[in-house]
Design a protein around this ligand. Structure first.
Ligand SMILES: [Fe+2]
Ligand SMILES: [Fe+2]
Length: 214
């Protein structure tokens, strides 16, 4: 069993999260993906991979479900970004980067009215999904275990999905290369415990990504 666990919400809250809120999160995640042809299926991929990683880490099913919901919603804040930034084919300038880096906070604000999502930690996972294990991420520069575990799991799933999708400036990476890159960034960008779990189920995740791409 993985040493850390999320604060487990009350059973009533979890039953709500795993039904209507899950469907709503999927729908909002699909809305974000629909905006950008380069990120088609991204939220769905991140949700499925994050769920598999959470279970591989030994987290209880109820906690893996909460992380799954957060992963569907992790980029919901991109709804608030201008097209000129989101769809720019070339590199972003400093001002555009500043705007892009606001999407975790915008996303956290979007879900703030949904009390169940705040109570079970989903809002915090959205807010911190771009933190890095070494403290060099954003928005708060949190380091190590100060980053919510769900956000550390989503960070690995998010990078895997992003690397395996085409971008205007580079082609999609095959799974094997994305896996190597995740291993290389263990302890710097990513939590080594999450990367170890990823390695333990890498063949299954590779198959999952293939299936989702069909
Ligand atoms: Fe889902
Ligand atoms: Fe993001």
């Amino acid at each position: 069993m993985f040493q850390e666990s999320l604060t487990c919400a009350a059973p009533k809250t979890l039953s709500i999260v795993t039904s209507a809120l899950h469907e709503f999160a999927e729908s909002l995640g699909a809305a974000v993906d629909a905006r950008d042809r380069h990120t088609r299926q991204h939220s769905e991929e991140v949700a499925q991979v994050a769920h598999a990683l959470a279970l591989r880490l030994g987290l209880p099913g109820c906690q893996a479900d909460v992380i799954h919901v957060a992963a569907h919603l992790h980029d919901v804040g991109k709804i608030g970004l201008p097209d000129a930034v989101l769809f720019k084919p070339g590199p972003l300038d400093a001002a555009e980067w500043t705007l892009l880096k606001r999407h975790p906070e915008i996303g956290a604000d979007i879900v703030r009215p949904v009390r169940a999502l705040c109570d079970c930690g989903v809002r915090e996972m959205i807010l911190h999904h771009h933190e890095r294990f070494d403290g060099q991420g954003y928005p708060h520069g949190l380091r190590g275990a100060a980053i919510p575990l769900g956000a550390r799991i989503i960070a690995v799933a998010d990078s895997l999905s992003a690397m395996m999708q085409n971008r205007p400036y580079r082609p999609a990476m095959p799974f094997a290369s994305a896996r190597e890159e995740i291993l290389r960034c263990s302890g710097s960008q990513f939590d080594p415990g999450v990367v170890a779990a990823f390695e333990r189920c890498a063949p299954m995740i590779g198959q999952l990504m293939e299936m989702l791409a069909e």
